[in-house]
Ligand binder design. Structure first.
Ligand SMILES: *[C@@H]1O[C@H](CO)[C@@H](O)[C@H](O)[C@H]1NC(C)=O
Ligand SMILES: [Cu+2]
Length: 167
């Protein structure tokens, strides 16, 4: 039946796209709490790993807060008079993590930064070459990527095979 073929194609396509989908994530800062004083954001990033292509979404009541990107020194000092790299203030701000390295954000209203409205993320480049480690016996991180791809391919193949058997 044509509909079965369409369904099969949909399943196989979805599995093939899976690696691309997991590689870019939109993170809502503070999760359900949003970007707020009631839920200091300082530790929200702990345990999360960010990659180029991910996005941070800051949601808050417009006018009550800002999302201000600064350098590390201004961040650590909560220096609101220092050099500002970028400011967002729409209340629903999407910040693209489009480059590797640390990005520092705080709220530029009153003493909110001191109260914990600050967030640092460290953005990894998934395509960066492995850092040169003293004796290079084997490139473990590129092997890891190859394994990851091989695993994705194996999963796609297994699902496709299962679907073929099923239909
Ligand atoms: C925030 O903006 C995104 C698009 O940029 C939209 O999809 C989403 O619904 C908005 N959220 C709110 C709470 O306005
Ligand atoms: Cu604030």
């Amino acid at each position: 039946m044509a509909s079965r073929q369409v369904l099969l194609l949909a399943i196989v396509s979805a599995v093939a796209l899976l690696p691309a989908m997991v590689s870019a994530t939109d993170y809502t800062v503070g999760d359900g709490h949003g970007w707020t004083l009631e839920y200091p954001s300082t530790n929200w990033a702990d345990g999360k790993s960010f990659q180029i292509g991910d996005k941070l979404v800051f949601t808050y009541t417009k006018g009550k807060h800002t999302v201000t990107e600064v350098d590390g020194a201004a961040f650590h000092a909560c220096n609101r008079q220092g050099n500002t790299l970028m400011t967002w203030n729409s209340g629903n701000d999407t910040v693209a993590l489009d480059k590797a390295g640390k990005r520092w954000f705080f709220c530029n209203v009153d003493n909110h930064c001191e109260l914990g409205m600050k967030l640092v993320v460290d953005v990894a480049d998934p395509n960066a070459p492995a850092p040169a480690s003293p004796p290079p016996p084997s490139s473990s991180s590129s092997a890891g990527r190859l394994n990851y791809r091989a695993r994705g391919g194996a999963v796609a193949g297994a699902v496709a095979a299962a679907a073929l058997v099923w239909f």
